[in-house]
Write a protein that binds this ligand. Structure first.
Ligand code: SF4
Length: 398
């Protein structure tokens, strides 16, 4: 069925995919794997009428097990991976005098869609990194499947997201294996849909003890958790780009200049004598306002994070409540949880390190380019179709 909802990213209807998933689970022919997005673990608490973030990570893992998933992984693992790739890409772009700056983040499909439709000359400026959702699917089907000796066609890969635009992102042709024809991610559920599954199964909050995520895609750092809110990708990228460049940790882990809910945030970072100009923007109106000077000499930045929803994914259209007064509460919870995590920087994730050792070799290397990066193209408006629809409308009116 369909239900209408408010979606800041512009996707105005949400197709309910839970029934399709139930059928796959019941037939037991496929290994059903799930990965949960950074912001989704906060808002899972809201489906039990609790304050955002009051379920522990372990309780979220348990909830997904109770729903019947065979492997419970974490999209935060691939958020760490995104940072290794994006931080390295940023350094390449800074060091190469012929490369294109500023670089824009590309992990928000709402923003990527906007570029391909409305700001097409930004396309070469988008980071080529796939989003954490798409890196997740790619690692599952191309690496994990081999590791556990199973045909990727026998895997059904699901993500839990704050976002309706993520449902369309997984359908992009770039994210289908050209040899097997398989999609990297098979299905994306919003937190709302997970809420409906929980209600249907009658799962109670009191049943939720702490359980671990499965590995190797279950461990993540504070940086990955920061992806949930506006400024988080920037903060995480700065931490790791600094380490990649200088071999030591960024002096102040907490980078306040890019935190908080202001729609447009700016900062200047001293990078070994070079002043890197950073900007962080979230929400449709702010994006258009920020880009008003795009292409003129007064638009002067090196690295820009853009998220389509106000406040980032914590304000996403697939979250259980879409009124914006909940967003500051979710953000507070992001910062609190991040501080408590044992590792804070993506480059410290031991499983990410192992993935590079075993398979990818090095960030931004040949294999990484093949499996973790992507391409963009100007959106082709079907102008004839639009004309035809209008003609029909007029005839019908007449
Ligand atoms: Fe989706 Fe997050 Fe982008 Fe909103 S900000 S469209 S929730 S990825």
């Amino acid at each position: 069925g369909q239900c209408s909802l408010y979606c800041p990213s512009g996707a105005i209807t949400e197709i309910d995919h839970t029934e399709k998933l139930e059928v796959i689970m019941k037939t037991k022919k496929k290994l059903v794997i799930v990965g949960i997005a950074p912001s989704a673990r906060l808002s899972l608490a809201e489906i039990f009428k609790l304050t955002p973030g009051s379920l522990t990570t372990g309780q979220c893992a348990h909830l997904l097990r109770l729903l019947g998933f065979n492997r419970v992984f974490d999209v935060q693992f691939t958020a760490d991976l995104t940072i290794m790739e994006e931080g390295t890409e940023l350094l390449h772009r800074i060091d190469d005098p012929n490369s294109i700056l500023p670089m824009f983040t590309s992990c928000c499909p709402g923003w990527v869609n906007l570029v391909e439709k409305q700001y097409q000359n930004i396309i070469p400026h988008l980071s080529s990194c796939r989003s954490p959702q798409q890196m997740f699917g790619s690692i599952i089907k191309n690496y994990y499947a081999k590791k556990i000796n199973i045909d990727p066609k026998d895997i059904f890969c699901v993500t839990v997201m704050p976002c309706t635009a993520k449902k369309k992102e997984l359908l992009r042709e770039q994210f289908r294996n050209p040899e097997t024809g398989l999609r990297d991610v098979d299905l994306c559920l919003t937190v709302r849909e997970v809420g409906r599954m929980v209600a249907k199964r009658g799962i109670e909050f009191s049943e939720l003890e702490d359980r671990e995520f499965d590995n190797p895609l279950g461990f993540s750092t504070g940086s990955a958790h920061l992806f949930a809110g506006s400024g988080g990708v920037m903060e995480a990228a700065v931490r790791s780009a600094y380490w990649l460049k200088f071999g030591e940790d960024f002096p102040a882990l907490q980078y306040n200049a890019v935190r908080g809910l202001k729609g447009i945030k700016e900062a200047v970072l001293d990078f070994d004598g070079r002043q890197l100009r950073l900007a962080v923007v979230s929400g449709g109106k702010n994006i258009h306002k920020f880009l008003e000077t795009w292409g003129t000499s007064s638009f002067n930045y090196d690295f820009i994070e853009i998220m389509a929803c106000p406040g980032g994914c914590i304000g996403g259209g697939g979250q259980p409540r879409s009124n914006l007064d909940i967003v500051p509460i979710r953000l507070k919870s992001v910062y609190q949880r991040e501080q408590k995590m044992t590792s804070r920087s993506s480059h410290d994730n031991p499983y990410v390190k192992k993935l590079y050792q075993d398979w990818l070799k090095k960030p931004y290397g040949e294999k990484a380019m093949m499996y973790l990066h992507t391409t963009y193209a100007p959106f082709k408006f079907k102008s004839n179709l639009i004309k035809e629809v209008k003609k029909h409308e007029e005839i019908n009116k007449g």
